[in-house]
Design a binder for this molecule. Structure first.
Ligand SMILES: NC(=O)c1ccc[n+]([C@@H]2O[C@H](COP(=O)([O-])OP(=O)(O)OC[C@H]3O[C@@H](n4cnc5c(N)ncnc54)[C@H](OP(=O)(O)O)[C@@H]3O)[C@@H](O)[C@H]2O)c1
Length: 316
């Protein structure tokens, strides 16, 4: 049997990278082994990664030298940044640049870069439909990733640009779950109007990335938008009603009101939902369920994700 090739996985203890490590290590006869990057190789979760069969190595995306060492000898790498850890698009850009330079230095043959749309291609900075944030962004946590695509191309790294979308897991971990209104009734509240939101089980992102590595060269230089389902607010509420056994409705909210909710990043997310609302047709075209399933035959629907996860959704 040919020797297995190493995929270095940034964020291996996180949602996206973790899914990829699990996909690689579950495929015992597959062509790859997982090298899991973490800042703390002595943690319990690092031990869990070793137990799965991954090699665990230390690296920090803020330290290019550590990335060069961690990428050395690998065939490929999965690269992701951690916007919500610092909320700085400039830092995210620097992290992407460090990964691109390290990938080039290591001579990697295939990198999958976890990106999002640069919304300024749809809503230029001068467009007053939504405010400009942090001086030069409309949706900072999208725009910096989309703009960073170029850093991989310019560095000459053979890259697939994996455009992800909203995790349904945000219902559990990011405060998106149903809340009781003054009438005592449960509702989810997003500024989506009648448009749909591109959503996915976070675990499926890593599985799609695995599909890209397995299918290989054909995807280099391409942008692939993935999605589990495009669902409207009422469709999500109906699925939640069924899964939770309690009535959940969808409440709409103007993006402006969402931007002013007062939590850190509310303005960024308000602009994001407005982008999702106003350009849903483009996002349906760019994020295809069929293309995602071709990479990951186990791609979950929202109902399937809820069947496994609804019990963990906090009800406010
Ligand atoms: N939530 C959503 O709906 C959504 C949708 C699309 C895209 N995204 C994007 O997804 C990205 C985050 O990915 P994720 O959800 O997979 O992350 P995550 O689950 O928060 O991953 C956290 C892991 O990343 C590692 N990490 C954090 N800072 C690091 C650093 N400086 N160097 C190396 N590793 C570091 C940590 O591992 P160690 O402690 O082991 O080092 C941590 O366990 C964000 O940029 C976000 O914008 C989110």
């Amino acid at each position: 049997m040919a020797e297995k090739r190493i995929i270095a996985v940034v964020g291996a203890r996180g949602a996206q990278g973790g899914g990829l490590v699990r996909a690689i290590t579950a495929d015992k006869n597959g062509p790859f082994t997982a090298r899991a990057l973490t800042r703390d190789i002595r943690s319990d979760r690092a031990r869990e990664l070793r137990a799965l069969g991954a090699e665990v190595v230390a690296a920090d995306v803020d330290d290019e030298e550590s990335l060069k060492k961690a990428f050395a000898g690998a065939y490929g790498a999965f690269c992701v940044t951690f916007f919500w850890a610092h909320m700085s698009p400039e830092k995210e850009t620097a992290e992407a640049a460090a990964m691109a330079h390290a990938a080039k230095a290591a001579g990697l043959e295939h990198v999958v870069w976890s990106t999002l749309e640069d919304t300024r291609k749809w809503v230029p900075l001068g467009d007053t439909r939504m405010p400009t944030l942090k001086g030069q962004y409309k949706v900072p946590h999208f725009d910096a990733k989309g703009a960073a695509d170029r850093l991989f191309t310019d560095a000459g790294v053979p890259t697939t640009f994996l455009a992800t979308c909203a995790y349904w897991d945000n219902l559990i971990h990011f405060g998106w779950g149903p809340k009781r209104g003054p009438d005592g009734k449960l509702a989810i509240t997003f500024p989506l109007g009648t448009s749909s939101l591109a959503g996915i089980a976070a675990e499926d992102i890593g599985k799609c990335a695995y599909g890209i590595f397995k299918q290989g060269a054909a995807h280099i230089g391409k942008t692939i938008g993935i999605v589990g389902e495009h669902l409207t607010g009422p469709q999500m509420a109906a699925a939640l009603t069924k899964a939770l056994g309690q009535s959940v409705s969808y409440r709409d909210m103007p993006p402006e009101a969402y931007r002013n909710l007062g939590f850190p990043g509310a303005d960024d997310l308000g602009n994001m939902f407005q982008f999702d609302r106003d350009f849903a047709a483009d996002l349906r075209r760019l994020h295809s369920v069929e293309a995602s399933r071709a990479l990951n035959p186990e791609l979950q629907t929202f109902d399937q994700w809820l069947a496994a996860n609804a019990a963990h959704i906090p009800i406010g």
